[in-house]
Design a protein around this ligand. Structure first.
Ligand code: ADP
Ligand code: MG
Length: 258
């Protein structure tokens, strides 16, 4: 593994009973990459994300973040090491306000959520800093005038924008996004694409997305999964041209060839 690799999966599998959802996947994600994972429904993409974020336990294989074995670490320890995720199914606190959702995540980062109680929050300077950061993030994701609304009152697209702000509040080095554009209008998808494109290089992005226009616009590296397996990884052009990929998609979608 080179110094430039942020995340490395080595022979990673996930079994649900006798079913193998992720089958010996080996994969390297370069620091600063915009790396997309595509593949038909049921390919194991979301399961793989669960293994990387720690919401699912790995059956076999190892996951290394920055050279450190994180395979058995719980979610909050991985957040502490710089992993953040937005999920296919929203994980927001619906009754809390937009600002509170981002603040809670910012507090996780300052350590208040990791065993020090609300110590960080009681310090006026830490509170002011977290508030300022939350406001900046809401501005960046395009929700500057929604601070005091309950998350439940947001539109679908706005919720996804808020999820990105929540994820960024933990100052991640690795941002996992599972189908962030699902259910979005074309205008919302475009806005989200611009938001991801504008993220600083310090944030490495690993993205699962069905919208292949978005994938090919954003990604510098594309991995294709099929039936739990790692089929191929390459540049967007290589993947678009791959016969194997065409084969995997045959019967499910023809978008790859468009
Ligand atoms: P994708 O995100 O690529 O559509 P998933 O990772 O969600 O695929 O699912 C991969 C396969 O694993 C599917 O066949 C799915 O039914 C199965 N699967 C996912 N989660 C579970 C689970 N908790 N228990 C049993 N099977 C699961
Ligand atoms: Mg999925």
């Amino acid at each position: 593994m080179s110094d430039l690799d942020l995340l490395q999966l080595c022979g990673v599998s996930k079994h649900f009973g006798s079913f193998t959802a992720v089958d010996e996947v080996s994969l390297t994600v370069r620091a600063g990459a915009r790396h997309a994972i595509i593949g038909p429904n049921g390919a194991g993409k979301s399961t793989l994300f669960g293994l990387i974020s720690g919401t699912l336990t790995t059956s076999t294989g190892t996951i290394t973040l920055d050279g450190r074995d994180v395979t058995r670490l719980p979610v909050h320890r991985r957040v502490g090491l710089g992993t953040a995720a937005t999920f296919q199914h929203s994980s927001l606190f619906m009754r809390e306000t937009v600002l509170e959702n981002v603040l809670l995540a910012a507090l996780l980062r300052t350590g208040a959520g990791a065993g020090t109680g609300l110590g960080g929050w009681r310090k006026v300077s830490a509170r002011a800093e977290a508030l300022a950061r939350a406001r900046t993030l809401l501005e960046r994701v395009g929700l500057p005038d929604r601070h005091d609304l309950a998350a439940a009152a947001l539109s679908h697209g706005e919720r996804r924008q808020l999820e990105v702000a929540v994820a960024l509040a933990t100052e991640p080095r690795l941002l996992l996004m599972d189908e962030p554009a699902a259910g979005m209008s074309p205008a919302e998808t475009q806005r989200l694409t611009e938001l991801i494109a504008a993220l600083p290089d310090e944030v490495t992005v690993l993205l699962v997305e069905h919208d292949l226009d978005m994938v090919f616009e954003l990604a510098d590296t594309v991995t294709v999964m099929h039936l739990g397996r790692h089929l191929t990884t390459g540049t967007p052009d290589q993947v678009r041209a791959s016969a194997e990929v065409q084969q995997a998609y045959l019967g499910t979608t023809t978008e790859v060839s468009s």
